[in-house]
Design a protein around this ligand. Sequence first.
Ligand code: KMH
Ligand code: ZN
Length: 275
Amino acid sequence: MEKLIITAAICGAEVTKAQNPAVPYTVEEIVREAKSAVDAGAAIVHLHVREDDGTPTQSHVRFQECEEAIYKVCPDVILIPSTGGAVGMSPDERLDSTNTNPIPEMATLDCGTCNFGDDIFDNTMPTMRAFGKRMIEKGIKPEYECFEMGHLDTILTMARKGEVPGDPMQFNFVLGVPGCTPATVGNLAWMVNQIPAGSTWTVTGVGRAAFPMAATAIAMGGNVRVGFEDNIYLSKGVKAASNGELVAKVVRIAKELGREIATSDEARTILGLKK
Ligand code: KMH
Ligand code: ZN
């Protein structure tokens, strides 16, 4: 089995300090949380950014400020800026996160419209084609975010048509968002069985599914995402003090199961990234 790639989704766009005071808003807080995750064993940080008051923003100026500050303390980390942003943002607004200098190695590409709690997360075919075109032109490797089983079929069809970057594809199965595909072992196994040979995959279990999905992926040979974007609890009723605590728990489970942890450069090799 390949070494385990751990992604830390340190911030998200929806979670607030009222839910967990360690959720980062300012540049300094974002750097603190990124460093805690990387020090604990994360090879990748999935990045959303906020204004100082917590308002989500896709401004490339804010992304660049945060990315430069993170690279100062974590020079090797792989950053995956979000192009999902927050529910309700326009496609152009969302894509602004890819206008940094240098352009990101990777970025998320969300694979279809879905319910998102009480909201609708809008990803029409034209939006996804525009995002795919941008990533092909700029040489950005997408991480394909699949919240629903049907999203996987959609993105595989788009890849076959050359509308989004193809081999090797990296998928993130985000399971357990209210209104989307539930986080079950059966659902994860079905999705993993659909992906092309040579692809890589990660699972994100939302809320209480975070660590059961992590353990499942570790055993199956997949990769794991945890972080405040998806779950603020270390265990039932115990809020995590940092993203590093969530990553450290995944590292402990992996060690118990005999899976080694990938560094960022090892992750680049596994994902087919050039540095
Ligand atoms: N904030 C969610 C609505 C992504 O980063 O690409 C979308 C999201 C996905 O977080
Ligand atoms: Zn995200």
